[in-house]
Design a protein around this ligand. Structure first.
Ligand code: ATP
Length: 878
């Protein structure tokens, strides 16, 4: 089995590293603390879930919560690849895959599979081919313990330990035996109990029989007495019933006799009350009559009052009516006039409005006419346009002449300027004008003359220009005047036309106004008249509802009321004369009536009650006879019954005594029966217990035998005898392997022997390793050189591994050269090289350059920030 690759996620100092072991000798190199050993920790953890640094959580990279390690192993002989993945914490499942096929998931199952399928035993590997820092030689002193561990001999010790399984089985059996002994004691005591119980049951049965016979005799006596009592009970019941009836009848009789004692007296009161009530009735009727008259008088008096009020109101209305009717008549003419005028006004209205309309137009036209005439007055200033035109023509002519003159003068100047210029351009002395000879003097003269002339002409031109400016100014003035004069003329003509048209229109308007004037004036005078009449007309309209017919109707009503009043007054006097009492009495009549009524009702109530009482008492007189008869009948029956209370009580006492006797017998019988029942149950219980106890105690000899066998087994297994026997079987194999391996290491020994004795629980084991040199001398391990010791130590580790494992796939050495001197280091390297023929894959963690030299694959581990990183295939100095 070879280690192909390991992947570390948040494991110790590695955040995320993947390491492949591609060589035969793989060197893991790097500075102190780079994370090299962490890789070895990763390998051990991934295989066995074994925490190398304290507890499991220490393996998680600080600051992280989870960690994962995955290792890939290959078994080339079988062509299989195994991938084992471990997680911390264990809440995430581990896994093992065989060629990508899952084999197990739970961490304990994964460890089990590693052991079973890969044949990688944790104890063997950790004690042999996985060698931690500086541990190579520790095998010499620990060999006995290592063997004990790898051979699992500790388990044998555990078997015979005082906490071990044999001990606990023995303990269990001893306890069982102890319990069974107790059962035996119990069995014997139960047998004694059983005998006592059987005796008691016999006694109880005898008592029961005699008691039952006595009880039967007493019960017969009791039955006879009970029969007698039943007859007496019936008599007694009737006797009590009759006695109660008798007492009841006597009580009733006495009560009635007491009640009828005052019958005569009551009848007398009845008569007196009858007479009194009649008198009261008469008195009441008289007063009632008077009261009726008084009520009638009151009604008539009220009616007279109402009629008088009505009369007064009506008289006032009639007076007001008469006055209004009179005023209405006076206003009638004016109202009529008003309505007529209103009609005429309506007829004239159209012409009136037309007149007003035309009149307002006429007035405005007259005003316009006036304004126009005033305006025309202002146009009277006369302007002579012809004269202005003449002046203008003259000025125009003069301007034209002056312009011609100016042009001529300007031409003269130009000519003179040309001469001057020509003089300047002359080359030679020939006059350009005349062609004659020309000297400088002559040139000068001509120039001066010409210039003087130009000056003069320019002054003249300036004069002409001034005159021209003045003339032009004057010309513009005259032209403006002419223009204005022409505009005024046209305006005046238009206004004159307008005035003429207006005058014609005014004449027409005056004509129409004259035609409408009469109607207009009439309208205005009627309108004024209507204004004056309007108040009368309004008043007339208010009074229109007053008519003569209605007045007459009211007068008629008044007469009727007067007549009614006469009738009422005479009726009042007539009724008053019937009332014979004085006025002051009248008001007390109704009070008196109510007093009498009250007294009457009161007495009548008393009378009714007395009458009912008399009636009831008369009936009671009949009842007395009936009750007397009943009493006689009851007394006769009591005599016939012949019941004696004393005798009856005697009978009851006898029955009670007998009853008590029978009951106490029954109770005793029940008690004996209960006891018998309980005893029988106890007997049954004891029998079944005895049966069970018998089966238990039958087991005692068997258990005693088992216990003695166990004791023997424990004695046989304890001590080092068996362990040493087992070891002695493996020892030759290891020794052979060791000598085989050592032969490859090129040492000068003919043989090396190994002896060890397994220690006990508190005793350390002993190891003795002896080397025999070629001369035949034996040398103790302590006497050998460092290199020889390391060679034997490594060979011994490999020898043990080979003896116990199917094959050795790899060896891991963490800093094997540490603490070694130069020579021993070199020797170790030779041995490692030689070991290649025994172990196909070696992984060495090292600082040693020479180790790097013998390695065919370098894994460089370094710190990147606070995390470890890995670079493969190169050394750290590359
Ligand atoms: N749980 C952890 N999380 C992060 N870093 C850790 C953790 N445990 C230990 N370390 C650190 O990891 C680093 C690497 O340790 P490791 O033993 O692998 O180094 P090394 O390369 O073998 O060093 P040396 O050559 O000195 O033995 C150390 O600096 C150590 O302090």
């Amino acid at each position: 089995m070879k280690i192909e690759q390991i992947t570390l996620k948040n494991f110790l100092s590695h955040e995320s590293s993947q390491v492949s072991f591609k060589g035969n000798i793989n060197a893991i190199v790097g500075v102190n603390g780079a994370g090299k050993s962490s890789i070895i920790d990763g390998i051990v953890f991934s295989l066995f879930r074994e925490p190398s640094r304290g507890n499991m959580n220490n393996l998680i990279r600080k600051g992280k919560k989870t960690s994962t390690v995955e290792i890939v192993l290959s078994d080339n002989s079988k062509g299989k690849i195994y991938t084992i993945r471990r997680n911390i914490p264990a809440s995430t499942e581990d896994s093992i895959l065989e060629n990508s096929k899952p084999l197990a998931y739970r961490s304990s199952e994964v460890s089990q599979k590693v052991q079973e399928i890969l044949h990688l035993d944790k104890d063997i590997l950790l004690s042999t081919v996985i060698v931690r820092q500086g541990d190579i030689e520790s095998i010499f002193k620990d060999l006995a313990d290592v063997m004990k561990k790898v051979m699992k001999l500790e388990n044998l010790e555990k078997l015979t330990d005082s906490n071990g399984p044999i001990f606990s089985v023995k303990k269990e059996l001893e306890m069982k035996l102890e319990n069974l002994q107790k059962d035996k004691e119990m069995y014997e005591s139960k047998i004694a109990q059983k005998k006592d119980l059987e005796k008691e049951i016999d006694n109880l049965n005898n008592n029961l029989k005699s008691l039952e016979a006595q009880k039967e005799e007493k019960t017969l006596q009791l039955n006879q007495l009970q029969k007698n009592k039943e007859e007496e009970d019936k008599k007694r019941e009737r006797y009590i019933e009759l006695k109660a009836k008798l007492e009841n009848a006597n009580t009733q009789l006495n009560k009635i006799k007491e009640d009828v004692k005052d019958l005569e007296e009551k009848m007398k009161i009845e008569q007196e009350l009858d007479t009194e009530l009649k008198q009261l009735q008469e008195e009441k009727e008289n007063l009632q009559r008077l009261n009726d008259i008084i009520n009638q008088l009151k009604l008539i008096s009220q009616s007279i009052k109402d009629n008088n009020n009505q009369l007064q109101k009506l008289s006032r209305e009639i007076d007001e009516y008469k006055e209004n009717l009179h005023t209405k008549k006076e206003l009638e003419d004016k109202a009529k006039k008003y309505e007529e005028n209103k009609q005429i006004l309506e007829q004239l209205k159209r012409k009136y409005l037309e007149y007003n309309k035309i009149k307002s137009v006429y007035d405005s036209d007259r005003e316009k006419e006036n304004n126009l005439e005033n305006e025309l007055q202002r146009f009277l200033i006369f302007i002579d346009i012809n004269k202005l035109q003449n002046d203008l023509d003259k000025i125009s002519e003069r301007i034209q002449n002056l312009n011609t003159e100016k042009g001529q003068k300007e031409e003269s100047v130009n000519q003179l300027l040309k001469i001057i210029k020509n003089l300047n351009d002359v080359h030679g002395n020939i006059c350009p004008v005349c062609g004659r000879e020309l000297d400088e003097e002559h040139k000068k003269k001509i120039r001066e003359e010409s210039e003087t002339k130009i000056k003069d002409i320019k002054i003249e031109i300036q004069k002409i220009e001034k005159e021209l400016r003045d003339l032009n100014e004057e010309k513009r003035n005259i032209e403006t005047k002419i223009k204005k004069a022409l505009e005024l003329k046209a305006k005046k003509e238009s206004k004159e036309k307008e005035l003429n048209d207006l005058k014609e229109k005014i004449i027409e308007e005056e004509k129409t106004l004259n035609q409408l004037k009469d109607s207009h004036d009439k309208y205005e005078s009627i309108e004024k008249e209507l204004e004056e009449l309007e108040q009368y007309y309004k008043k007339y309209l208010q009074l229109q509802r007053y008519t003569q017919n209605e007045l007459e109707e009211k007068e008629k009503n008044k007469q009727e009321i007067l007549q009614r009043l006469d009738e009422l007054n005479s009726k009042y006097s007539q009724l008053r004369s019937q009332l014979t009492i004085p006025d002051e009495e009248i008001s007390r009549i109704s009070f008196k009536i109510s007093q009498i009524e009250k007294e009457y009702n009161n007495k009548q109530g008393i009378l009714i009650r007395i009458k009912a009482e008399i009636e009831r008492k008369k009936k009671e007189l009949d009842d007395i006879k009936e009750i007397d008869n009943e009493i006689q009948t009851i007394n006769a029956e009591i005599l016939r019954l012949d019941f004696d209370e004393a005798k009856y009580n005697e009978l009851i006492n006898s029955i009670n005594t007998l009853n008590q006797e029978v009951n106490s017998m029954s109770q005793e019988i029940s008690r004996i029966l209960g006891k018998l029942e309980a005893d029988k149950k106890s007997l049954e219980q004891i029998n079944s217990e005895l049966e069970k106890l018998k089966t238990s105690i039958d087991k005692i000899p068997q258990i005693e035998k088992g216990l003695s066998k166990l004791e023997k087994l424990r004695n046989d297994l304890s001590g080092s005898g068996l362990q040493n026997f087992i070891i002695s079987n493996v020892k030759p194999k290891i020794e052979n392997n060791l000598n085989d391996i050592l032969s490859m290491f090129n040492l000068s020994f003919s043989r090396v022997s190994v002896d060890f004795e397994i220690g006990g629980k508190s005793k350390k084991g002993k190891t003795k390793i002896t080397a025999f040199n070629t001369a035949g001398y034996d040398l103790d391990i302590e006497m050998l050189s460092g290199g020889e010791r390391i060679s034997i130590a490594l060979a011994l580790r490999l020898a043990i591994a080979r003896a116990l494992l199917d094959e050795i796939g790899f060896m891991i050495l963490d800093e094997p050269t540490i603490h070694l001197d130069e020579e021993r280091r070199r020797e170790l390297l030779n041995i490692i090289r030689s070991a290649m023929s025994i172990v196909p894959q070696i992984i060495i963690v090292t600082h040693d350059d020479e180790v790097k030299e013998i390695s065919d694959y370098i894994i460089n581990v370094y710190k990147k920030g606070d995390s470890s990183a890995v670079k493969e295939g190169v050394s750290d100095d590359q």
